[in-house]
Ligand binder design. Structure first.
Ligand SMILES: [Zn+2]
Ligand SMILES: [Zn+2]
Length: 355
């Protein structure tokens, strides 16, 4: 079978390669026929050599598919089941955070797409413990949004919480920012605003507005602090979600937050340091959360949200392509001509079960 592979160390070193179809290598594994795999910023980081990886490795950790074979010890899944899988293929199981169930934080974690072979191909074998069933009626391409959506659920619902009628400001118009706006609105926010740049306007702002955002702020055209204060009667947002990873945006987060408000962060920065208005945050007694990856419980919530939401997550998918077009798709993402791009295996392209 063909896969999109990071085949060697260094910048670039990605291409379509023949890869061996995986076998069930342990009795707790299932073999999945892949149906869709989203492109994540992590895949771009692996391409550009700015995230860790073990080559040769098939890219992609945001996949959905159908179980086609099960190992001898698999009890809860059988061929025909529609599934998604958490990106925690290898964790140590022995460290303090693993024992607390927070395997997303295990320093030994290796996930598909960089630590082990991923989903930008036709088949993958994964341990049963990582699987979640896709609710009936949710198509495979939407289900493949589960991983980034679970990150937004973990960050917003589980880690900091939305209080009834909160005004939420999402800083950053990438896929995580847009899904964060969707989760905030679904969690009871009265109004949700999202910032972005001129580049974000045609595609990303449109998607955010279709998924629950009440308004957008172009930081290249207006002062986002003044605009947020204007929109909140001078009060500031109850909750500010940092999803940009842009130092210039991070610097002003505290000014956009109300006295006694909260900031929750998920965007990784290009360097390890970013400035915030320290004394402003102190005088306002802000609560600031940091978040990384997703929890087991956030996956169940993300899947139930997909099945029940009044907003159509199809608005978050801008591309459905085969891996043959990977270079154009990656370029579209980097130039913000995309929200979430999905790779669909060539033999799954027609139909997709969307009716
Ligand atoms: Zn991802
Ligand atoms: Zn561990």
């Amino acid at each position: 079978m063909l896969g999109l592979v990071k085949y060697a160390r260094g910048v670039g070193q990605v291409g379509i390669r023949e890869v061996e179809k995986p076998l069930i290598a342990a009795p707790d594994q299932v073999l999945i026929k892949l149906k869709a795999c989203g492109v994540c910023a992590t895949d771009l980081h692996v391409l550009h050599d700015t995230f860790r990886y073990w080559p040769p490795v098939v890219l992609g950790h945001e996949f959905s598919g159908e179980v086609v074979e099960t190992g001898g010890e698999v009890e809860d899944f059988r061929p025909g089941d529609r599934v998604v899988a958490e990106p925690k293929t290898i964790v140590c199981g022995k460290c303090e955070v693993c024992k607390q169930g927070k395997t997303n934080l295990c320093v030994h974690r290796r996930a598909p797409g960089w630590g082990v072979n991923g989903g930008m191909t036709d088949y993958i074998a994964v341990p049963e413990r990582l699987l979640h069933r896709i609710p009936e009626g949710v198509p495979y391409d939407i289900a493949a949004l589960c991983e980034p959506l679970a990150i937004a659920v973990h960050e917003i619902d589980e880690r900091c919480g939305v209080d009834c009628a909160d005004v939420v400001l999402v800083n950053g118009a990438g896929p995580i920012g847009i899904l964060a706006a969707y989760v905030a609105k679904s969690s009871g926010a009265s109004r949700v605003y999202l910032t972005g740049r001129s580049k974000s306007e045609p595609i990303r702002f449109k998607a955010a507005l279709a998924l629950g955002a009440d308004g957008v702020i172009n930081v290249e055209r207006e002062d986002p602090v003044a605009r947020v204060l204007e929109l909140t009667g001078g009060r500031g947002a109850d909750l500010v979600v940092e999803a940009s990873g842009a130092p210039a945006g991070i610097r002003r987060l505290a000014e956009m937050t109300r006295i006694g408000g909260r900031i929750t962060c998920i965007g990784l920065c290009p360097s390890d340091e970013a400035a915030i208005s320290w004394n402003t945050a102190m005088y306002k007694q802000l609560d600031i959360h940091f978040n990384f990856s997703s929890s087991y419980t956030s996956w169940g919530k993300a899947l139930r949200l997909m099945a029940s939401s009044r907003y159509d997550l199809a608005n978050a998918i801008s591309h459905r392509e085969t891996i043959a077009d990977w270079e154009r798709v990656f370029r579209d993402i980097e130039e913000e001509r995309a929200v979430k791009a999905m790779f669909i295996p060539a033999d799954e392209m027609p139909g997709m079960g969307r009716g």
